[in-house]
Unconditional design. Sequence first.
Length: 299
Amino acid sequence: MTRSQANFLLLAVALIWGSAFVAQAQGMAGVGPFTFTGIRFLLGVCIVAPLAWRDLRLISRRPVQLMRRDAQGVLALGALLTLGAVFQQIGITTTTVTNAGFLTALYVPLVPLISWLLMRVRPHWSVWPTSIGCLVGTWMLSGAGGVSLGIGDAWVIASSLFWALHVIYVGRLAERIGGPFLVACGQFLVCGLACLLWAGLTETISLDGIRQAALPIIYTGVLSVGCAYTGQVVGQRYAAAADAAIILSAETLFAALFGYWMMDDRLNATGIAGCALIFACIVAVQMMPLMASRRVERI
């Protein structure tokens, strides 16, 4: 795969993830957030399962086999994925697609901050101004932007904390196990089963409701969870890190575009400026460390 092909693949991933916010909002017409999340992640399991089986066969040929702590790690990742996905899904029921897309992306500057707090990994200096910029952008997107920052936005902001923790630990576990698709499939399975179990206790599940939400569930389960994740893994193997950082960040812009087109989301000039500021900070916090490392390599 060439670099341009990889970039195009990652752009398709960002497009799918951005448009999935619309499907997540529309899917709430027939089912509850736990039912929706559980079914779509189990569909994702079906997509990734063949690749996970391939990873498992390759791992079985190694002299060092999987240990109990690896299974515990997958369970922990599944728990973080569940919390992030459910908090986001609950938030989407009472906020706009545009807000959900940009507020979810707050996990990007949170990743280096949490790494510094938990693992004492010193962040690049750009983390501090970009984090402040994201806070200012969030304020502009709220009341200052003509949109009230309500309970739904609070749920989505809370989900960004779990997404950040998930990003920090998923790479470490996948590298230790040596099977990214096996890790993905395992955490999808944990998330799907946990959500359906809780849905059975707290929500009314009916076939009519599932039929009503069938298209959003299929779109987010097959494309967003299954295909887009696989595309991200493949694309990032061949794309430059700088390209991948910028292209995947476009998920927020696609969420806003689809929200405008399909959900009639509207922002005034201040709200648009807040979205632009959040997006600029997201790109900067990923790009500036990469640019600094390249300068060091040249020296």
